[in-house]
Design a protein around this ligand. Structure first.
Ligand code: ZN
Length: 349
């Protein structure tokens, strides 16, 4: 079962990679220029040098500074103009404007964004938006997918209560570790997310893992955000307080997560966030209610992680904008070219 799951996981990424190779090789983009729309909003998370590891269930979230540089190069070579995400609605609504655009966004507020990504953006004069999870910054919420990875990769087994009492989960092999991680991830997505995070934190502590220390190690603190705010190219957007799946919380909590994180980011960096990113961003985490909530909170633009390029006309749902992920599994300039062509999203539709 676990070996099959891990084979499926690998196969899924192989299939996408083959698809990207095919699109890159076929030069379909030249035949279907309309598929490229008006450009693209890119999603990034970690930007850091590669750390080789056989068990890294979050590897998809990290790219190298060298790849970021290549991706910017490809976007600029293809004639895209780099702009701030929050400027897109006005630019795309302007009938006199014919350019195509690229906007770079980085979710969660990782320290490596300041260390490794900011210098690359500076080198090219490219603006970028960092979506801050204010509860990570304030050290009041742990990052469950990091805690889960630490727990699953910790030793040969760990004890965890999935709901039917404590059980021993075996993690002797890499396949078992991936299976354990996936089981933990499924739990977070199925029970109350706050409760799942608490349970993970407790289990981690029982195995000598400090979930708070992981956050402190990975995420910028307030003074670091303030220091980075001196960069004229950066904008800080909001990404909720607790990184909870917004579709799974009450209307009151939804409103709170949006308003409180917006206020917190403004208090930290001295500028009100002009854009918002939905945690996880996939369709089971963002729907009509959430897209309406960020609009009524005053955001001109908010982004999902559902894949797609910018539409040719004005933005119909600017608070439900699609993005294209630049992720750890596809770090090749020709894949970026394939993504910019928009063809992969036509094929998926
Ligand atoms: Zn996030």
């Amino acid at each position: 079962m676990s070996a099959l799951q891990s084979a499926k996981r690998v196969l899924k990424y192989q299939i996408i990679r083959v698809g990207l190779e095919a699109v890159a090789l076929s030069r379909l983009g030249r035949l279907m220029p309309a598929a490229a729309g008006r450009g693209v909003v890119f999603t990034l998370h970690h930007v850091r040098p590669e750390t080789p590891s056989r068990f890294d269930p979050n590897a998809i979230l990290a790219v190298t500074p060298a790849f970021l540089e290549q991706a910017i190069g490809v976007a600029l070579t293809h004639g895209l103009t780099a702009v701030h995400l929050h400027d897109l609605p006005a630019l795309l609504a302007d009938p006199a404007e014919t350019r195509k655009f690229v906007a770079f966004t980085l979710d969660d507020g990782y320290r490596n964004n300041a260390e490794f990504a900011a210098p690359v953006f500076r080198k090219f004069g490219v603006p970028y938006t960092i979506f801050v999870t204010s509860g990570f910054t304030a050290r009041i919420r742990t990052i469950w997918w990091e805690t889960a990875a630490a727990l699953a990769g910790n030793g040969r087994s760990f004890r965890f209560d999935f709901g039917a009492g404590a059980e021993v989960v075996t993690t002797a092999t890499v396949a078992e570790r991936f299976a354990a991680f996936e089981r933990l991830a499924r739990l977070v997505q199925s029970i109350d997310e706050d409760e799942a995070v608490r349970r993970l934190d407790r289990a981690a502590a029982a195995h000598g893992i400090d979930a708070d220390a992981i956050v402190a190690d990975l995420v910028m603190a307030e003074d670091e955000l303030r220091a980075l705010a001196a960069d004229p190219l950066v904008h800080f957007g909001a990404h909720t307080v607790t990184h909870v799946n917004l579709k799974r919380v009450t209307a009151a909590r939804l409103e709170e997560e949006i308003a409180d994180s917006t206020r917190a980011v403004e208090a930290m960096v001295g500028r009100r966030p002009r854009s918002f990113s939905y945690p996880y961003g996939w369709s089971s985490a963002v729907g009509d209610r959430e897209i309406a909530a960020t609009a009524s909170a005053g955001f001109a633009v908010a982004v999902t992680t559902q894949p797609g390029v910018l539409p040719l006309g004005p933005l119909e749902r600017p608070t439900g904008l699609h993005r294209v992920s630049l992720n750890g599994y596809y770090q090749k300039p020709r894949y970026v070219e394939a993504l910019i062509s928009g063809i992969p999203f036509r094929l998926m539709a």
